[in-house]
Ligand binder design. Sequence first.
Ligand code: COA
Length: 254
Amino acid sequence: MDILIERADGVLTIALNRPDKKNAITAAMYQEMADAFFEAEKDATVRAVLIRGNGGTFSAGNDLEDFMNAPSLDHDAPVLQFLRRISTAHKPVVAAVAGAAVGVGTTMLLHCDLVYAASTAKFSLPFVQLGLVPEAASSLLLPRVAGYQRAAEKLLLGEAFDVHEALGMGFVNRAMDAEEVDAFALKQAKKLAALPASSLRVSKSLMKSAAAREVAARIDEEAEHFARMLKAPEAREAFQAFFEKRKPDFSRFD
Ligand code: COA
């Protein structure tokens, strides 16, 4: 089981559980996570959602073998179902991040309400390095949360950055030891779960509603570019280079 779902004390926990592949997310895993968010919305006993990764890694991002097959990213594509569900969740979403958080492993955090990260956390947004473009409305939300130049550095150069930078950028609430992060995030999720659900729902909606349409539109706009670029030779070269454990060579492309 690459995704483990657990319900306890009003918290639905989604654990990425593919540690041998650093919790890289396949289409099937996006679908399971999208379905879990759908169930969480319907189930009145679920008061908060927690996302975490097993094996000391949050997520290595989208599975690159899946990317090699250039998925179409039509409206019902599992990744888009997941992004729509997490970005429109009415219930509070908490993330516990340890180890690598690559690509969607970082961009999904922009849709969470509370993000706790271990000192081992390493964030990166290597979309351009892979011949792609940002996704999950990160081209809209990261400049907003972090300021344009800080967002541009992370989204254009794609270099990894640590938890202190992420704190400074504003999308991580608190840094702590790796051994503490899962338990602390669960404790915070349980606190949320004990609060009046309707107050949480309306408060969250008040904070997010002004940007909601823009976010939804940007997810789709990015996905159009993304799907086209997945088929382009630059991305093919980047994926092959990763699996051949070498540096990509983009010099032959204009
Ligand atoms: N898709 C598919 N497989 C992946 C993967 C991904 N995104 N990320 C890691 N893996 C696989 C590796 O191929 C390797 O498989 P193998 O043992 O069969 O060779 C295994 O997971 C372990 O990865 P490895 O690179 O050896 O681990 P590491 O600790 O040295 O580095 C990362 C971890 C996450 C920094 C590194 O794996 C990485 O950069 N992955 C690619 C991330 C990426 O570009 N994601 C897409 C973002 S849009």
